[in-house]
Design a protein around this ligand. Structure first.
Ligand code: SF4
Length: 55
């Protein structure tokens, strides 16, 4: 699978299969962000729902 470097989504989660490994970018055209909290108050309350475990 060829990864393209989408320079509009920065990401440091290099354990994700969609992470562009040489730089801190996501290779997807778009992602979905959500929350696991009922009342999110900080950045750590949010999650990338497009995350998939790397190979
Ligand atoms: S899908 Fe989400 S976690 Fe995975 S590289 Fe893209 S932005 Fe990062």
């Amino acid at each position: 699978m060829s990864h393209k470097n989408n320079q509009t989504i920065r990401c440091t989660v290099n354990q994700c299969r969609y992470h562009e490994q040489t730089e801190n970018y996501c290779s997807l055209d778009g992602i979905t962000v959500g929350t696991h909290e009922t009342n999110p108050t900080e950045d750590k309350c949010t999650d990338c729902l497009s995350f998939e475990r790397g190979k």
